[in-house]
Write a protein that binds this ligand. Sequence first.
Ligand SMILES: Cc1cc2nc3c(=O)[nH]c(=O)nc-3n(C[C@H](O)[C@H](O)[C@H](O)COP(=O)(O)OP(=O)(O)OC[C@H]3O[C@@H](n4cnc5c(N)ncnc54)[C@H](O)[C@@H]3O)c2cc1C
Ligand code: FES
Length: 248
Amino acid sequence: MRSYRLKILRQRWFNKKIFGLEFRLPGIRPWPGQFFQVQVSDNIDPFLNRPISIASYKSGRLLLIIKSVGRGTRILSLKKPGEEVTLFGPFGHRFKPPGKKSLIIAGGIGIAPLHFLAEYLFRNKICFDLLYGVRARSEFILRHELAKMSDRSIFVAERGYKNGETVVSRMKKMDLSGYKIAYTCGPREMFVALQELNLPMPVYAFCEDFMGCGCGLCLGCAIMYKNEYHRICTDGPVLELGEIKFEV
Ligand SMILES: Cc1cc2nc3c(=O)[nH]c(=O)nc-3n(C[C@H](O)[C@H](O)[C@H](O)COP(=O)(O)OP(=O)(O)OC[C@H]3O[C@@H](n4cnc5c(N)ncnc54)[C@H](O)[C@@H]3O)c2cc1C
Ligand code: FES
């Protein structure tokens, strides 16, 4: 396992809860879906590192996009440019996206790893459309960049538009016949609702559920996949949605 002690080059707030940390880390070859275990503080409290996906990697610059939801992410949000942070990784299966016309389906902060996927598809000239949903309109991030990279982009919000919509309600109205593949990341309820739609194409889910060690040792991330328990951190985090059995 590799660890990197990196200086924060830039810290950027996208909205009240979501911020980005940018680092210089040349020489790695990360794949969409891979993530780092981020050490929150230099002492043992909080003890566990926090898994954060790669949101962008360009010319040796690494961007992590983080939603402040609890103690660990709040401590990270207080870090300033010039401060150092230790990252372990990148972890996760080296998932190579198939080169077919695809649909990216993002819910909330699930856009973070999918932004990196969008960069990959765009760089490799693979067409994709984007469907990105949030609860309130003010929560969208990187709209402009995402719209530029995708062939067609659809933004939906439950609040802030005249007709509030979710990703799932919009998908029910869409013609999905042109897509050979879909990629999704978002809350577990969205994954379950997508499973219920019985989509006509294979769907790859970027699973961002709870995690402990991040490197295959603790079984804290076990998930029922293809009728056996798998570890999201080492076997995933990108798994075929139709083969996951969520425990309710
Ligand atoms: C592989 C992977 C990649 C991830 N990538 C990103 C990313 O790019 N950006 C990002 O903002 N977050 C990402 N997450 C989620 C992130 O790791 C958690 O939000 C973070 O660990 C919470 O730490 P905390 O100390 O702030 O919150 P805690 O105090 O631990 O928890 C605060 C609240 O958040 C809930 N929570 C904690 N972890 C998760 C989780 N994984 N999913 C849903 N709810 C959770 C808790 O139930 C609690 O209600 C990823 C998770 C995984 C497993
Ligand atoms: S998080 Fe420990 S085994 Fe996956």
